[in-house]
Design a protein around this ligand. Structure first.
Ligand code: NCD
Ligand code: ZN
Length: 355
């Protein structure tokens, strides 16, 4: 802890060891350039999701993507992109060995085919990739899991719980040496499963799932900018996530799942899943932790537990947040690629000291 007294309830400043974001979508090209500064101002490192079009499936593609990200970091900021590969039915065990040897690929991402944005090349059946999972276990490369079934007969609000029952319990049993992260958990079932699982199983939690329940999807009308996957759940689940995030359990750490989509792709008759939170990410987590008087737990959740799980050194420099209300802009960027950020035109209670 940098300053336990200063981070107590009611404090007007929060000094935190520089946090990391363990689940982030940066996209590519112009969008990458417009969103990266928001993350690089707040986070020292981030686990970069590979669901580009086409997806990042090889170490060589990850190397090139990493270079494009590094080239887009604004001057004066330091940011380390931690790359991941996208698992497909045809990922080879040899690619896992190359990933380990690269030093810059830190995990593989499992998307069930059809579960979410750009997941059409995902895995059609987990049984098909058991050889690859075994290679990941041997090489000690973590598996990042989008934990939802795609079975159209399963209610969309139950897809996480059913995934755990149908697939995750078995994975944890069959691969006891494989580190796994159940990404962006949204339910008490997810939080409880991870709490009770062995130490190789962890979870990320987003700011929006800590701040909103599913009523936010329909507040006064249909709210496309609150639509993400896994979809927001009932209040009782939000409460369970808050308890998990603030409970001092090192299995739960910060992953924003900030996922930019242009306004027109969200405000559509078939709107994309994804919420953009990078512009206020750590500030929003501070709001959520403050709701349950747990600001003193924010630093460990945001800056320690994820690094420990990924076996990377903790950061040593700090960032400072001040309790100062500011209004989020109506949009980020201009023209057809403009993004509507979380809380657009609404206040956020904390602000970066140098913002
Ligand atoms: C993500 C995206 O847009 O890439 N969308 C989302 O709703 N979270 C994909 C994902 O993480 O599911
Ligand atoms: Zn995501």
């Amino acid at each position: 802890m940098t300053s336990p007294a200063g981070n107590a309830a009611g404090a007007s400043r929060l000094v935190l060891i520089h946090p990391d974001d363990w689940h982030l979508h940066l996209r590519d090209g112009k969008v990458l350039a417009s969103v990266l500064p928001d993350t690089a101002r707040r986070f020292a490192r981030a686990i970069i999701m590979p669901n580009l079009q086409p997806p990042v499936t090889t170490v060589e593609q990850a190397r090139a993507y990493r270079e494009r990200i590094q080239a887009a970091v604004p001057p004066g900021l330091r940011f380390d992109p931690l790359m991941t590969l996208y698992l497909t039915d045809s990922t080879s065990p040899a690619e896992i060995a190359r990933a380990k040897a690269s030093g810059f690929v830190h995990a593989l991402k499992y998307y069930p085919a059809g579960a979410t944005t750009n997941s059409e090349n995902g895995v059609t059946d987990l049984k098909r990739i058991s050889g690859v999972l075994a290679a990941m276990e041997i090489h000690d490369v973590p598996l990042l899991i989008h934990g939802e079934v795609t079975d159209a007969t399963i209610d969309v609000f139950d897809r996480e719980a059913v995934f755990i029952e149908r697939h995750l319990e078995r994975l944890v049993r069959e691969f006891p040496g494989l580190r796994m992260v159940l990404e962006h958990i949204t339910t008490s079932t997810g939080a409880q499963f991870v709490t009770e699982a062995p130490g190789n199983v962890a979870a990320t939690i987003t700011a929006h799932h800590l701040l909103l329940n599913r009523n936010a999807l329909f507040a006064g009308g249909l709210r496309p900018h609150h639509y993400c996957l896994p979809v927001l759940k009932r209040e009782q689940h939000r409460q369970a996530l808050l308890a998990a995030a603030t409970g001092g359990n090192p299995k739960f750490f910060l992953g924003t799942d900030s996922a930019p989509h242009p306004r027109h792709a969200k405000e559509s008759d078939c709107g994309c899943a994804g919420i953009y939170t990078a512009h206020a990410a750590i500030e929003l987590y501070a709001e959520a932790f403050e709701q349950v008087e747990a600001l003193d737990q924010l630093e460990a959740f945001a800056s320690f537990y994820g690094a420990d799980f990924y076996r990377l050194p903790r950061n040593i420099d700090t960032i400072t947040l001040e309790r100062r209300t500011w209004t989020v802009p109506e949009q980020i960027g201009v023209g057809p690629e403009a993004i509507v950020p979380f809380r657009a035109n609404q206040p956020v209670a904390w602000q970066l000291a140098d913002a």
